[in-house]
Ligand binder design. Structure first.
Ligand SMILES: Cc1cc2nc3c(=O)[nH]c(=O)nc-3n(C[C@H](O)[C@H](O)[C@H](O)COP(=O)(O)O)c2cc1C
Length: 335
């Protein structure tokens, strides 16, 4: 089932490059989409409405031109992330620009997606909502979203704590929309494993921080290559909401990872302002998939590698490719 019609024939692998605060911008989005992976960014990464208007216009224009230049090329649709929490003062204007530019994929997080789903559906866009547990998944499904992003334990950013084996199987029992699995997927085998579990698409964040096009500072990228899964610390002490951070970056910011300060009050204004505070900007987040990251390739090279790894994992027998075999998914090309 439910690969959205919008994605059919437009993905090279069943994957989304997840939106990441401060990290994802137009270059990463364009490189991912041109390689057949849905590229996304949080709207707040554009620090003003004027800049967001420009980014959205530029992304559409460049992807349309790439499609027009070669109709056989597999080019994925792009997307944005909107925080739909009622305290987000930017939401109304950001939504207006999302509708103006008819952004194909909208990832909603923190709040009720129902209110904006109608506006997105009106122009043919689709809405995927971030959830970390069954109750939130049921609420979002009832609100009429097209897909649920199951953010599981070990994910980068505001991770959940549930095991993907439990969450995917339980959500599949009541939701027949698109299921997107998020957390620790850093290679093509992981993308294939997400499908085997019953998800339709894999959602990769941390792996895309370590690319040439990501906006992360060089020190952050180098830390991703060096750090291990055991360096990931899950704590609410940085932003008030539990999230995963790299031990070495906590130390670099003068904090003792074994004796972190008390949990602060959640400050949505700070959470949505790329220039505010130390959280995210100086204290760097990553998921436990960090242990599989050993290099800083271009996004194009990374996706080519993910594609090879994915097809290797589809093999029915060791060493035998099964591109036309029964496990071959329908929606993306093996070219
Ligand atoms: C540095 C960083 C920033 C993130 N910022 C956002 C964000 O602004 N909005 C959002 O919906 N998710 C955000 N996430 C979560 C990702 O979209 C995604 O769910 C997660 O990275 C997937 O897990 P992985 O990193 O283990 O692949 C962020 C993750 C990271 C690592």
């Amino acid at each position: 089932m439910p690969i959205p019609v919008l994605f059919e024939g437009r993905l090279s692998i069943p994957a989304i490059a997840a939106p990441m605060f401060i990290v994802s911008g137009p270059e990463l989005v364009l490189a991912a989409c041109k390689a057949g992976v849905v590229g996304t960014f949080p709207v707040v990464n554009a620090r003003s409405y004027e800049l967001l208007d420009q980014w959205l216009g530029d992304i559409s224009t460049e992807l349309d031109a790439a499609r027009a230049g070669n109709s056989n090329r597999t080019i994925a649709p792009h997307g944005v992330n909107l925080v739909v929490h009622k305290t987000n003062v930017r939401l109304e204007k950001d939504l207006e620009l999302t509708v103006k530019h008819k952004v194909p994929v909208v990832v909603t997080s923190v709040g009720n997606p129902g209110d904006i789903a109608t506006s997105i559906h009106a122009y043919g866009g689709i809405v995927f909502h971030d959830v970390t547990n069954i109750r939130h998944a049921q609420k979002a499904a009832a609100a009429g979203v097209d897909g649920l992003i199951l953010v599981c334990g070990g994910a980068g950013g505001h991770a959940g704590t549930m095991n993907p084996f439990a969450l995917v199987r339980q959500v599949r029992e009541f939701f027949d929309g698109t299921i997107i699995l998020s957390g620790c997927i850093s290679d093509g085998a992981g993308i294939r494993a997400a499908e085997a579990l019953g998800a339709d698409l894999a959602y990769l964040g941390t792996r895309f921080i370590a690319t040439e096009e990501s906006l992360a500072p060089d020190g952050y990228k180098a830390m991703l290559v060096e750090a291990e899964a055991s360096d990931i610390i899950y704590t609410p002490a940085i932003s008030g909401i539990p999230a995963n951070f790299i031990r070495q970056s906590l130390e670099q910011a003068g904090l003792d990872p074994d004796n972190l300060p008390p949990t602060p009050k959640i400050d949505m204004a700070e959470e949505l302002d790329p220039d505010a505070g130390k959280a995210w900007k100086d204290i760097w987040s990553a998921g436990e998939g960090i242990g599989s990251i050993h290099d800083l390739p271009s996004t194009t090279d990374l996706i080519a590698r993910l594609k090879n790894e994915y097809w290797d994992a589809v093999d029915l027998k060791p060493g035998v490719r099964s591109h036309s075999g029964p496990l071959r998914p329908r929606a993306w090309s093996s070219d």
